[in-house]
Design a protein around this ligand. Sequence first.
Ligand SMILES: *Cc1c(COP(=O)(O)O)cnc(C)c1O
Length: 443
Amino acid sequence: METKLALFGGPKSVTFPPEDMFTWPIITKEDEEAVLDVLRRGGMSGTDVTKKYEEEFAAWQGCKYALAFNNGTNALNAAYFACKVGVGDEVICPSLTYWASATPAYTLGATIVFAEVDPVTLCLDPNDIEHRITERTKAILVVHYLGHPADMDGIMAVAKRHNLKVIEDVSHAQGGLYKGRKLGTIGDVGAMSLMSGKSMVSGEGGMLVTNDQEIYERSIAFGHYERFGKDIQTPELQQFTGLPMGSQKCRMHQLSSALGRVQLKYYDARCEEIRKAMNYFWDLLEGVPGIRAHRVPKDSDSNMSGWYAAHGIYVPEELEGLSLTRFCAAVRAQGAPCSPGANKPLHLHPLFNTCDVYGHGKPTRIANSDRDLRQPPGSLPVTESLNARLYSIPWFKHYRPEIIEQYAHAYKVVAENYKQLLADDPGDPENLGGWHFFQHSAS
Ligand SMILES: *Cc1c(COP(=O)(O)O)cnc(C)c1O
């Protein structure tokens, strides 16, 4: 039955006020007390609270070592350094990700070779890695994009065959599972953001996790000068203790570690409710033309953890080519958040093509390479097509079926009445998505 869409004066789908459905992080008296305690005793620059946080984090992660950082970007920088990525080396990385997955290569005189993502998982495609490996390839950087675990079996098999390190960027998927294993400890090292927009929060912060002692100690050497001392066991590092090898100071602010400790205590229970809510939303949209869930198969022993920045996949072919921009505008008119696009492909930005960051006299991307490995438009067709196929969906923090049903209705009624939208479809602009982060709140 035809329903008049809200865009044309029909009724809205969402009538309940959002209240705290989208509020994140959840802050209670306990968080406030923990932060105030550090503040009142002037412990901001210490490491006592941070070390407790690391211990608890490692136990929760199920790994030997956890090392806290002032942000996720620096945790990734340290992970690259720890894997001995150096001058002239290449790291294979998806182009559909946040910049900090890739830019540590520049800091270390290395460079990036981008590979395709799988259009269903949106994570690194294990079948697009091997032909990009050269004698300079040192590591593979995996992103569990928008909370979806990457195909780690496929990726680890390629890495083993070529003796490459695997770095997991877990910034979208803290606590997520791949075949029952926690993300971040399947590869050689995991690094993640804990900034306040992510599903796991310490304020501003990052964490590096590993089972490898040398990787752990190189990460300390990189940016934790006051911990780079007599306890270091790795022989090559012992002679250099006392001063940081990376010219970086990456210590976590203890207002952050105090907050992070409290957040960690409640994280799994809160994520369980998020998963229940998000899976219910997608269940309601199962089989609707034009719309596909971005989620792991049901009854698998993988999961999406906290569903950071949840998105859906758009199939315009099923809606006579209706543009994503027009689709999203109609969903927003129904009262649900829906913005087109996600992260713009990194390989198309001038930073990865023309920019000479350090004054080499040539673009940094190829400053230490013996070939031009830049990747022009058209070189990663799957990745380049995805911003016209991804749209944000509501990121529910609570399981409240009646409210979730209203939001799901907003998408469903638009998809089922898409013909009303074809006439005035302006099409998609050249470039959907953004370089930084994207809106995922209700407002
Ligand atoms: C947020 C993010 C980072 C960087 O973390 P910060 O804490 O913001 O420095 C790295 N990688 C990905 C995929 C991210 O989303």
